[in-house]
Design a protein around this ligand. Structure first.
Ligand code: TXA
Ligand code: MG
Length: 359
């Protein structure tokens, strides 16, 4: 399949032509990758089971892993969900458009092919002009997982999508880089107590300020390998993983952390492995490895989340076989950053205060 590439610009006439082409593709059951404020989505008509099947095929993703439906106005909830708790409207009012996905009981109109056989559906209104325009102009509720091949880090740049999807989908719309860089927070509203299934930019505290107590799913709780089955089926698959092996180093003393990271890098290089260090602006000059890449500035958590997946992909491109990463405070969005880092590292983290591998 030949993939069409288009870039959104300030030329409105040109943009109209791009949206017309994309709408036509979506309405005939084809696939269009588009930008959101989190990561790029791989979109198809979420009410068309054949389109959903194509999404799974393009991603190489197991079809029991449900998709998120993207909407452009809150009124769509009534069409897609059979039970809409008051909390949903409160959260929509406060956080939509934005990086929050809500799970509710689905209506019949939503095919099981889209929900991975579940009776519930995930819905979100993205905070991105191109995404909203595409949903509105096409008149389609767009089912979209992240536009990466299954198992690879999520795409935050159009070029990441091109690497993974060229030749596999009909069209890629370049609308610039995702500002947040990690996927939306997912909250399940079908439980007695609303439950976070995937942490993101919208934190537990932010949600609790609007709707009261919120739980975090056991299988997601940070730094712990739980036996509880994951409620968001996607969380059970290997995710965000770079090709190289990865380990995170944490500890109270910055100097001890830097020393440990350098020592691990040295050992790895002594074994002949191409070695990378995931550093920050503040520390990158202190390291020695084949590649030292700063993920962002410690004073700005959002700079870290924005660049995280890109840095993991760059290590892949460079053929890095072993990655040693700094760790981050688990406060605020740091919680979601550590969630993604731990997944990338397969849970491997070393604490210099205890100076032994915890997991
Ligand atoms: O930021 C995002 O959410 C991005 C952009 C493109 O919107 N999308 C995204 O989609 O991250 P995806 O498919 O990569 O992740 C969706 C997650 C999966 O872990 C899936 O299991 C979970 O949402 N999910 C979807 N529907 C669900 C449902 N009905 N019940 C439980 N989990 C669900
Ligand atoms: Mg994904």
């Amino acid at each position: 399949m030949k993939t069409i590439f288009e870039k959104i610009s300030t030329d409105e006439k040109e943009n109209t032509r791009i949206f017309d082409t994309a709408s036509e593709i979506l309405n005939r059951g084809g696939l269009v990758a588009f930008p959101t404020e989190t990561v790029y989505g791989l979109g198809g008509n979420g009410l068309d089971k054949d389109a959903s099947a194509k999404i799974y095929a393009a991603k190489g993703r197991p079809s029991d892993n449900p998709l998120i439906l993207h909407i452009a106005d809150t009124g769509a909830l009534k069409e897609l969900c059979s039970e809409i708790p008051e909390t949903a409207y409160k959260l929509a009012e406060k956080f939509w458009p934005g990086p929050l996905t809500m799970i509710m009981q689905k209506k019949e109109i939503v095919p099981y092919a889209t929900t991975g056989g579940l009776e519930t559906v995930a819905v979100r209104m993205p905070d991105n002009k191109t995404a909203l325009e595409l949903i509105r102009r096409s008149g389609v509720y767009i089912a979209a997982p992240s536009a990466n091949l299954s198992g690879r880090p999520s795409p935050t740049k159009a070029d990441h999508v091109r690497q993974d999807m060229d030749g596999r989908i009909d069209m890629i719309i370049d609308g610039g880089d995702g500002d947040i860089g990690i996927e939306s927070t997912i909250i399940d509203l079908t439980d007695a107590v609303p439950t976070i299934l995937r942490p993101g930019y919208i934190t537990r505290e932010m949600l609790e300020a609007v709707i009261g107590p919120v739980e975090i799913d056991k299988a997601v709780a940070l730094g712990r390998q739980s036996d509880a089955p994951p409620k968001a089926p996607g969380m059970k698959y290997r995710h965000y993983a770079p090709k190289g092996d990865m380990v995170i180093v944490e500890g109270r003393g910055t100097e001890e952390v830097i020393r440990t990271i350098n020592r691990l890098a040295e050992l790895s290089r002594a074994k002949g492995l191409k070695t990378g260090i995931l550093a920050t602006d503040e520390t990158q000059d202190r390291y020695k490895a084949d590649y030292v890449i700063s993920v962002g500035n410690r004073n700005s958590e959002i700079s870290v989340s924005k660049h995280l997946f890109d840095v993991l992909r760059r290590f892949d491109d460079l053929g890095v076989e072993y990655i040693v990463s700094e760790s981050f405070s688990r406060e605020n969005i740091g919680y979601a950053i550590m969630n993604r880092l731990l997944k990338a590292a397969g849970g491997k983290i070393i604490n210099t205060d205890e100076s032994e591998a915890l997991r």
